[in-house]
Ligand binder design. Sequence first.
Ligand SMILES: [Zn+2]
Length: 230
Amino acid sequence: MNMTSRTTSPLDSPVPRRAVFLDRDGTINEEKDYLWRTEDFVFIPGAPEAIRRLREAGYLVIVVTNQSGVARGYFGMAEVEALHRHMQRELARFGTAVDGFYVCPHHPTAGRGEYRRECDCRKGRPGLLLQAAAEHGIDLANSFMVGDKRADVEAGRRAGARGPRTGGPARAPPAAGRRGPAAAPRRAPGGGGPVRPPRARPTRPPPPARPAAPPARAASATRRRNTASS
Ligand SMILES: [Zn+2]
């Protein structure tokens, strides 16, 4: 059973690639319970621009998402994949795309049938990230997991990726192919002047050296969202 879909092929290059793994609901698009209708899909403001900037900075952008609505029988993988095609069409209007979608359709106790089981891919387990890393040749130690729930932080940590954590300020990612702390994604390459950083905080890697604030916000977001439904 193929539970994931890819929109790009791994490069032949043996050089490991860096990625930013993004949660979907509540991070890229507005959180709605068991979202599957394309007409209900709404980007969080700034998210498409953040995705574009990350890719311009040399990162793969990989979506990793728990969709237990499949296990619960609310919708099928075909609907999940249709929603992701819709997201790609919308991102194209911003001149960007996602490099891969990885989906956990399972739930350990809800629903019935093949999707009701303990799996390795439901975040906070690291399976989706590990699968994406294997398929895209991703260097996890130089990659980031960004999401709005504790399960996202935990999945990233267990996969060996970096990301906002409670307990201390996170470090900024080095920009691929550039040097210096002021490099992208804060600034568009050759784009004629500074570009505002995206407002959707969860879709952005942790900013450099702002003690306490980003982890605190991440932690509070995690607590707020911890009981959400996905
Ligand atoms: Zn799973």
